[in-house]
Design a protein around this ligand. Structure first.
Ligand SMILES: [Zn+2]
Length: 222
């Protein structure tokens, strides 16, 4: 008589957060890490809404402001065993959220390129609170400020996305490539939602601040 025991089977790894097909999914794993860090979130902040952007970007910024994104130092505090708590991009410092989005040399390079693109002398972003508020005295109109905020939030989101892509096995994108993605993504999102105006691509790339006080553009973002 032939018995088939479990020992006859080949050993396999079972991934707790596997997809239905049983494969590892970086998205499922990221969702799990998000849940670990995002416990006890208060109700969403209604001021963190920019009608020129998809809702997911406002939620991302809200979580960033509350320091509720799964950077390595936060996962370490919650007992997750990591091989390193250093920044996966530069390896020069501990990975806090402030470091990841603002002070990492890679992120600082991106912010510097954004500053030059907008021809702004000061970016006024030195804290996670600055990043969510985006107040900037250089702007004349609420429309201009909303467009600028949309760019800052899109930049933060794509900096974080690039960090996750690297952690989960993809190549690190260059700063010029990420800025190029920020320009095209923010252009696409704003033009899909801005009912009283329209961005022109060449003007957007060469002189985005002209949309702040351009008399041909009607005021208002709705
Ligand atoms: Zn870094």
């Amino acid at each position: 008589m032939n018995f088939k025991t479990p020992l006859d089977k080949q050993d396999t790894w079972n991934w707790k957060f596997a997809t239905k097909q049983g494969h590892f999914s970086s998205r499922a794993f990221m969702n799990h890490l998000n849940e670990i860090v995002a416990s006890n979130l208060p109700s969403p902040d209604p001021t963190l809404v920019n009608p020129l952007l998809p809702q997911k970007i406002g939620i991302f910024i809200w979580r960033a402001k509350l320091n509720k994104l799964p950077v390595r130092t936060e996962l370490d505090k919650r007992g997750i065993d990591l091989h390193s708590t250093r920044c996966p991009i530069c390896d020069n410092d501990l990975e806090t959220l402030h470091h990841s989005l603002i002070s990492c040399k890679h992120s600082a390079d991106i912010w510097d390129r954004i500053r030059k693109w907008w021809n702004l002398n000061n970016l006024y972003i030195s804290s996670l609170n600055d990043l969510s508020k985006c107040s900037n005295p250089s702007f004349n109109s609420s429309t201009g400020l909303a467009i600028w905020q949309a760019v800052v939030w899109t930049s933060s989101y794509l900096i974080w996305k690039n960090r996750n892509d690297l952690v989960f096995g993809n190549n690190k994108q260059s700063c010029p490539k990420i800025v190029s993605d920020i320009q095209s993504k923010s252009y696409e999102w704003i033009n899909c939602r801005w009912k009283k105006g329209k961005l022109e691509w060449l003007q957007w790339i060469t002189n985005p601040k002209s949309f702040d006080a351009n008399p041909t553009v009607k005021a208002g973002i709705d």
